[in-house]
Structure formats: C-alpha cells, structure tokens
Ligand binder design. Structure first.
Ligand code: ADP
Ligand code: MG
Length: 267
C-alpha cells in the first residue's frame, strides 16, 4: 500500500504537476567540446538553459549550431566538460551511470528523425519494449502499449509491422513508445524531418495535444519554422551559443514562437 502510494506520488511529481515547482530542466554554464584527432569543436559554449514543467520548447538554429549536442547533454545521453545540468532538481553529475540510465528509462522519452522501430516487432510490441525493459509485467505492458497506440490514433494498427505502416504512422508508433513509461520529459530531435508537410503538421498537432492533456514537458529540436511556431517558446542557437532563449522582454512562457530574429540559414 505504501509502495503504491509512493509510486503514485512519484509519478505525479515526475509529471511536474506541482504548481510551485521550479524548472524541470536547468543548465548552467554548460561547456561541451568534441576533440577529434584533427579538430577541436566547441559545440556548447557556456550555455544556460531552463525549461519549466509542462512547457513545449522548440530548439532551432543552423546545421552544426549545437542543437543535438544540447539535447544529448541535457538528457544525460552525453557527458559535459563543465557546468551543471539538473533535471527535476537533481544534478545529473551526482548520479551514477546506472541511476542515470534508470532515470532516462523511466522519466524520459526520446523521438528521433529515424523512427528506429524494430522491423520484426509489431507496433504494439515496439511500444511494449521499453515497458518490459523497465520491469513492467507483460500483461500490463500489453495493456499500456494498446492504450498509448490509441492515444496517438493507431488503435487499429497494433498488429502491423513497421513496414506495413506509413512514415507518419511509424513516427506515431515511435511517439507511443516514447510515452510508454509516462515520462516527465519528451525529447525530440528533428522528429518531423522525414515527413512531408501534412504528416509533419499532424504529428505536431498530436504533440501539442499530448503536451496539453498529459502535462508533459517537450523539448523539440527542429529546423522547421512551422513546427517551431507551434511551441510555447523558441530557443535559437548559433555556433554553440543560445542567441535567443525566447523569453527576453516577455514574462510568460506562452508567447508563441515568433520572437526570434537571429536564425541563420536553417539546415
Ligand atoms: P546540430 O544538431 O545543430 O546540427 P550538433 O549538435 O550535431 O549540431 O553539432 C554541433 C557541432 O559539434 C558541429 O560542428 C559538429 O560537427 C560537432 N560534433 C557533433 N558531434 C560530434 C562528435 N561526436 N565528434 C566531433 N564533433 C562533433
Ligand atoms: Mg542535429
């Protein structure tokens, strides 16, 4: 009983529904440098970045400006050289690799440009996978996978293999998979990059609906101004620096993203 209560309370906190909560993502003076044999790339140069619970933030900027690096460093997929990243008040650098992996598996969802579905598994089995990895019983995993597929409008495609689905439908399965564990934060990197404008708009409509209904936080890297305009806020990067965090001169996070003026040519 106590365990059940703790699990429910944990889920509630993870979702960031606590009204007076601080930022769910907070990065201070983050530096990330890639060193190859030939070159040194300062991919993030003292980046400060904050996202409030329930916000939908678009990260935009030219190719090579550091968007993917920012996402990877904020989500703990990649290490940083200096600075600090906190998620839900917890400093990532104080967490062991195992704790961080567990945290990512239970509290974060990822959606990439390539759908990365396992071709031999059905839509439902693809969504069950992260649940099984997190230790959910197979009966519960099946029920939740169906629920998530219904949420993304694919309740009638649960038995289809990825090859039997359109690109837009495959990305919906990938989104259902990212949502399987009811993560507090969903990270997307060019998630509409392989889709035509109609499918891209449908996917964004879905994400904005999920963001509102489920109160989850979304951080979406995109080079599409149409996609960015649907976010609460646009953060613009150039050459490893945030040149506009979308909040300047504006006390609300709900100002739709037309505030940026600094974007260069998008990739
Ligand atoms: P974006 O996602 O905005 O296109 P990235 O974050 O992928 O940009 O890359 C930022 C910079 O870091 C680029 O100059 C890129 O070449 C470099 N970079 C990214 N990943 C690596 C890596 N693993 N090794 C070396 N350089 C990298
Ligand atoms: Mg990128």
């Amino acid at each position: 009983m106590v365990a059940l209560f703790a699990a429910r309370a944990g889920a509630w906190l993870r979702k960031g529904l606590c009204m007076d909560a601080g930022p769910i993502i907070s990065a201070t003076a983050v530096v990330k440098t890639y060193r190859t044999r030939e070159v040194v790339v300062d991919a993030l140069k003292h980046v400060d970045f904050e996202v409030m619970p329930g916000e939908m933030v678009a990260v935009m900027g030219p190719s090579g400006s550091g968007k993917t690096t920012l996402l990877n460093c904020m989500s703990g997929l990649d290490s940083i050289d200096s600075g600090d990243v906190s998620i839900a008040g917890q400093l990532l650098r104080t967490m062991s690799d195992d704790a961080l992996s567990d945290y990512r598996a239970t509290s974060m969802g990822f959606v990439f440009q390539a759908y990365n579905l396992l071709p031999v598994l059905s839509a439902q089995e693809n969504v069950e996978l992260p649940l099984m990895l997190a230790g959910t019983s197979s009966k519960e995993a099946q029920a939740r996978a169906v629920e998530k597929l219904e949420l993304v409008g694919l309740g009638d495609r649960t038995d289809h293999l990825p090859a039997e689905l359109s690109g837009g439908q495959q990305q919906r399965v990938a989104i259902a998979r990212a949502l399987a564990n009811d993560p507090a934060i969903v990270w997307g990197d060019e998630l509409t990059g392989n889709l035509d404008s109609t499918n891209s708009a449908e996917i964004m409509e879905l994400l904005t609906r999920l963001n509102k209904e489920q109160h989850q936080t979304f951080v979406i890297v995109t080079h599409s101004e149409e996609v960015g305009a649907l976010a609460d806020r646009i953060v613009r990067m150039n050459d490893g620096v945030i040149v506009d965090d979308g909040t300047r001169g504006d006390d609300s996070s709900a100002s739709a993203g037309s505030s940026g003026t600094t974007a260069g040519a998008e990739d």
